[in-house]
Write a protein that binds this ligand. Structure first.
Ligand code: CO8
Length: 258
């Protein structure tokens, strides 16, 4: 297994657990973290033994944002020329499912990274926010778009304009997170969810993810057509034949990923 400067990565069965590991900076995201995340997610996506991933931080912080100390000296020209942080698009291109397990602060780029996941599981200690305005900037890793799609205009606008944090209970009410669990159980619960997903037929898992994501990119009629075409396509897989036969025979399915 590869090692990373800013991440701890382990596998448990078919689940990859990726931990952000810059405790001295509350897991602030810098160029090295981005390079490590791109490599770790690419390795996960390419490994046929791995079927779901969990990205987490520490008890105190999932990630307290992009690294302000790295950005402080950068000019517009430098940011623009190096297309700073555009590499996060490679993380969002991960085809297989992954979950963000968030405890503590998920601020700025940390909130934006969590929202790149297929869904967020939150500890009751989680705090979400887009406080970039207080630094004279704004979200830059998709927050203004993904937060607005998740919680609607009123809350997204209020959070971006005031920089206030949303606690876990409010985040669940606002549909930013799938579920809130006690902090001590966060990793166990995330791993349980991930293992349940990992036990599903893998092509169907990718197709389900693509369909839900299509809802954010298309109109309703196009989205429904995309869904139906993918459904029809899944009917050509061995796992569809196995899944429906297993149901009729009242036994669990035995998936081949074909
Ligand atoms: N960047 C760099 N260092 C950080 C960051 C950060 N985002 N957050 C915390 N740290 C560091 C602190 O500087 C401190 O280091 P040191 O001990 O060397 O002084 C250490 O982590 C511990 O932090 P605190 O002492 O501040 O801990 P507290 O418990 O007192 O406070 C907070 C915790 C409230 C989370 C506080 O640290 C804080 O407000 N952090 C900044 C939050 C923030 O503003 N985040 C948004 C950053 S901007 C951003 O994310 C833009 C994303 C888009 C980029 C796209 C580019 C195209």
């Amino acid at each position: 297994m590869a090692t990373y400067e800013t991440l701890l990565v382990e596998t448990q069965g078919a689940v990859t657990l990726i931990r952000l590991n810059r405790p001295q900076a509350l897991n602030a995201l810098n160029t090295q973290v981005l390079a490590d995340l791109i490599a770790a997610f690419a390795a996960y996506d390419a490994d046929p033994t791995q079927r779901c991933a969990v990205l987490t931080g520490s008890e105190k912080a999932f990630a307290a944002g992009a690294d302000i100390k790295e950005m402080q000296p950068k000019s517009f020209a430098e940011m623009y020329a190096e297309n700073f942080f555009a590499g996060f698009e490679k993380v969002t291109a991960t085809r297989k499912p992954w979950i963000a397990a968030v405890a503590g602060f998920a601020l700025g780029g940390g909130c934006e990274l969590a929202m790149m996941a297929d869904f967020i599981l939150a500890a009751d200690t989680a705090k979400f926010g887009q406080p970039e305005i207080k630094l004279g900037v704004a979200p830059g890793m998709g927050g203004s778009q993904r937060l607005t799609r998740a919680v609607g205009k009123a809350k997204a606008m209020e959070m971006c304009l005031t920089g206030r944090m949303m606690d876990a209970a409010e985040a669940e009410r606002a549909s930013l997170v799938a579920r809130v669990v006690p902090a001590a159980e966060l990793i166990d619960e995330a791993m349980k969810s991930a293992q349940a997903i990992a036990a599903m037929p893998p092509l169907a898992a990718i197709a389900n993810k693509e369909m839900v994501n299509a809802a954010f990119e298309t109109g309703l009629a196009q989205g429904i057509l995309f869904e139906r075409r993918l459904f029809n396509g899944l009917c050509a897989t061995q796992d569809k034949a196995e899944g429906m036969t297993a149901f009729v025979e009242k036994r669990p399915g035995n998936w081949t990923g074909k």
